[in-house]
Design a protein around this ligand. Structure first.
Ligand SMILES: NC(=O)c1ccc[n+]([C@@H]2O[C@H](COP(=O)([O-])OP(=O)(O)OC[C@H]3O[C@@H](n4cnc5c(N)ncnc54)[C@H](O)[C@@H]3O)[C@@H](O)[C@H]2O)c1
Length: 274
C-alpha cells in the first residue's frame, strides 16, 4: 500500500458521530463528510440536527439523523443493531458527546456523578463495544476515535468528575486498542485543549477573566482553538492514513500541555538574531 493523499479518502465509509448537533461534533461530522463519508449524526432528543445535516448533504453525502439519549446505556446495543440493519456496516465511530459541570469536589452528588459518567464513560464504552462487535462480524478494519480531553491527562480544579471521566476514556480506549488490534480495528483518542464551544455555557464563573487568563496561557498564537482545528486529527485517525496508529492520544491544545508554566511572559521580549 502506498501513502498518498488518497489514504485520507473516506468515500464509501459510514461514520457515526455522537453529539453531532453542535461544537466539536458538528465539525467532526462535517469534516468526515468532506472526506467522503456518509454520516450517522446522533444527539439528544429535542436537539436540532438539521444544521449539521444540511452541512453534510451540501457536500453530497448522506446524513442519517438520530435522536438518542446516550445516557440510556441499556438501549445502546439494540440501537446499534438497528443502525446496522438500516444502513449497513459502520466503519468509523466518533464518540464525541460529552457533558461537563463546574463544581467543588464536595458539591458533587452521587446522582450527578453517575449522570456525568453515564454519558462520558458508559456510553463511550458500550457504543464502542457493540460497534466493534459488528466491525469484527462484518470484517471491517474500523476506526474508533474517542474524544477525551487534556483533562484526561492533567487535572483541573472544579472538574473532579469530568477529569475522572476523561481519564477513564483514555484507558478504556487503550484497552480497546489492545483487544481489537488483531481484528485490524484501531482505537485512539483526541484530547482537545481549550476549544471555543458551548460546553461550559452554564458554568458559574467570570467568563471574561477566565478566558483572558487562558488566552495568555496557550503558547500557540491565536489562543483558543476552534472545532475546525480538531478535524485534521480526526481525519488522520479515522482513515487509512492512520492505519498503524492505535492505543494512543492526539493532543490538540495549542501547546498547553507542553508548557508547565508561561515563563515566556516573564522574560525580556524576544529579539531575533536574523
Ligand atoms: N470544548 C472544549 O474546550 C473541549 C475540550 C476538551 C474536550 N472536549 C470534549 O469534546 C466533546 C465535545 O464537546 P463540545 O465542546 O463540542 O461540547 P458541546 O456541549 O458544544 O456539544 C456536546 C454535544 O453532545 C450532546 N450530548 C450531550 N449529552 C448527550 C446525550 N446524553 N446523548 C446524546 N447527545 C448528548 C449535546 O447535546 C451536544 O450537542 C466532549 O466530549 C467534550 O468533553 C471539549
Amino acid at each position: 500500500m502506498t501513502t498518498d493523499l488518497t489514504s485520507f479518502d473516506l468515500t464509501g465509509r459510514l461514520a457515526v458521530v455522537t453529539g453531532a448537533a453542535r461544537g466539536l461534533g458538528m465539525a467532526f461530522a462535517t469534516g468526515l463528510a468532506a472526506a467522503g463519508a456518509d454520516v450517522v449524526a446522533v444527539d439528544r432528543p429535542g436537539v436540532d440536527l438539521s444544521p449539521v445535516a444540511a452541512a453534510i448533504t451540501d457536500q453530497g453525502r448522506a446524513c442519517h439523523r438520530y435522536a438518542f439519549d446516550l445516557a440510556d446505556t441499556e438501549a445502546i446495543a439494540g440501537w446499534v443493531d438497528d443502525l446496522r440493519r438500516a444502513h449497513g456496516p459502520v466503519h468509523v465511530l466518533v464518540n464525541n458527546a460529552g457533558v461537563a459541570r463546574l463544581e467543588h469536589f464536595n458539591e458533587i452528588t452521587v446522582a450527578g456523578w453517575r449522570e456525568l459518567m453515564r454519558v462520558n464513560v458508559d456510553a463511550v464504552f458500550f457504543l464502542a463495544q457493540r460497534i466493534a462487535e459488528h466491525m469484527i462480524a462484518d470484517g471491517v478494519a474500523g476506526r474508533i476515535v474517542n474524544v477525551s480531553s487534556k483533562n484526561g491527562l492533567v487535572a483541573e480544579a472544579g472538574l473532579a468528575h469530568y477529569n475522572a471521566s476523561k481519564g477513564a476514556v483514555e484507558l478504556l480506549t487503550r484497552s480497546l486498542a489492545a483487544e481489537l488490534g488483531p481484528h485490524g480495528i484501531t482505537a485512539n483518542t483526541i484530547a482537545p485543549g481549550m476549544i471555543a464551544t458551548g460546553i461550559d455555557g452554564e458554568f458559574p464563573f467570570d467568563r471574561e477573566a477566565f478566558e483572558a487568563a487562558w488566552e495568555r496561557r496557550i503558547p500557540l498564537r491565536g489562543g483558543y482553538g476552534t472545532p475546525a482545528d480538531c478535524v485534521g486529527a480526526l481525519l488522520l485517525l479515522a482513515s487509512d492514513a492512520g492505519r498503524y496508529i492505535t492505543g494512543t492520544h492526539l493532543v490538540v491544545d495549542g501547546g498547553v500541555l507542553a508548557d508547565q508554566m508561561p515563563r515566556l511572559r516573564f522574560m525580556p521580549p524576544y529579539r531575533g538574531t536574523v
